[in-house]
Design a protein around this ligand. Structure first.
Ligand code: SAH
Length: 395
């Protein structure tokens, strides 16, 4: 019943290593004219079954769901979602009093390429990054409801921005279970509270992936003057405040994000005047600011979304970090990140290294950071390790 993709001779090698992407250049021909998002079976040139997955337009032509010849139905989703839940349960992120926020599904890392699910208190926010997942959203939500029975009451689907074209045709955002009436918009992370903007916010509403890095920052904050650049809704800022920072300045170009940051200050530290927030462009702020900060966080959006943007992205990271090296106080600590999947750990380190060298400052690496365990990486898909961070001591 599924349409068939035939690979060119010799192009099955990466599938033998369980890599879940099939590039368009590997395809010989496709039988049956599938539409984007359809499930297809992938065969070698000599007709051997290799994999089953979602077909899509672009350089990644098929995202593999299974290397076994199975049927992709509600039961398939159920098994994968259960497996994802079991991992979260065994690493201790489910049902925690001081953390009600975790990532339940991390795409390829959970054998569900193109799907992300984050849980905020009693609401799961589901996001499709492939048309295939979008097409399956009702079946997925149904299976998700079963796996999270008793854990969440609401499932919100939020794919308008990740799938602009297809989703805008037939509804990319909305509750697939429950509704606003029963959904608290407050996430608790390590005891701190955050408004989560599912409806209009970025990603699924919050950046769950910085949880452990924020906790590390708290340990270095005492008595420091902190600049949280690209703060979004203020994540790092509140850890710095709790850690005893002398002042905390949060900067983001989105005024909506800054409004929520201010609301989050009131939620956690009402009336605390150590905090100030600025809706401003990062480069402008870095140019005009003084040299008072001795703890700076740089957590920019992905500078490169595609491989061809890599060079420019690396230049962006270099320039950004150079500004921080130029202005940070002696003895200062810099938390610097890249969340671009196409920028490797080495690429990023080279960009930061070049920026350091340009400034002439003496710089030591204190920590090398990544994403937390609820954002697992399939060992066969190293591209899944997208978050890179360095904590640097600047003399
Ligand atoms: N550190 C945040 C996540 C940052 S996401 C957290 O812990 O939650 C990246 C942020 O950069 C977004 O909020 C986006 O609005 C902001 N941004 C994008 N371009 C910017 C620019 N040129 N100047 C300042 N902020 C920018």
């Amino acid at each position: 019943m599924y349409k068939t993709v035939y690979l060119k001779k010799g192009k099955e090698e990466s599938l033998g290593r369980f890599h879940p992407w099939i590039f368009s250049g590997a395809i010989h021909h496709i039988e049956g004219r599938p539409e984007e998002g359809d499930v297809v079976r992938v065969l070698s040139a000599d007709g051997r079954f290799l994999a089953i997955g979602h077909v899509q337009i672009g350089s990644i032509a098929v995202r593999v769901l299974s290397f076994d010849d199975v049927v992709i139905d509600r039961n398939f989703w159920l098994q994968r979602l259960r497996a994802a839940y079991d991992v979260r349960n065994s690493i201790g992120v489910v049902n925690q009093p001081s953390n009600n926020t975790f990532r339940l599904v991390h795409g390829e890392g959970d054998g569900l390429p193109g799907l992300v699910v984050d849980v905020y208190d009693r609401t799961a926010v589901m996001q499709a990054h492939s048309v295939g997942m979008h097409v399956s959203r009702y079946e997925l939500a149904d299976a998700l409801g079963e796996v999270l029975d008793g854990v969440v009451d609401n499932i919100y689907y939020k794919s308008e921005t990740t799938l602009a074209y297809k989703a805008s045709e037939d509804g990319g955002n909305g509750f697939l279970k429950g509704g606003l009436a029963t959904a608290s918009d407050i996430a608790v992370e390590n005891g701190l509270r955050f408004h989560v903007d599912w409806l209009g916010g970025q990603k699924t509403g919050f950046f769950v992936d910085q949880r452990e890095n924020r906790a590390l920052l708290e340990r270095y904050s005492y008595g420091r003057k902190v600049l949280n650049m690209f703060c979004y809704t203020g994540g790092f800022s509140f850890y710095a405040m709790r850690g005893g920072a002398e002042l905390v300045h949060s900067v983001d170009s989105s005024s909506r994000a800054i409004d929520i940051t201010r609301a989050n200050v009131e939620l956690n530290f009402p009336g605390d005047n150590r905090h100030e927030a600025f809706a401003e462009d990062a480069f402008k702020y870095l140019d005009r600011m003084g040299d008072q900060y001795d703890l700076i966080i740089l957590d920019p959006p992905a500078f490169a979304k595609h491989k061809d943007a890599l060079r420019n992205a690396l230049m962006g990271y270099r320039k950004l970090n150079a500004k921080a090296f130029e202005k940070i106080r002696p003895g200062g600590i810099l938390f610097t990140f890249s969340c671009s999947q196409v920028v490797t750990k080495d690429n990023f380190r080279t960009a930061v290294f070049t920026a350091a060298a340009m400034s002439g400052r003496r710089v030591r690496i204190l920590h090398q950071l990544t994403q937390p365990a609820d954002h697992p990486v399939s060992i066969y898909h190293p591209e899944g390790e997208y978050l890179k961070g360095l904590v640097l001591y600047v003399e």
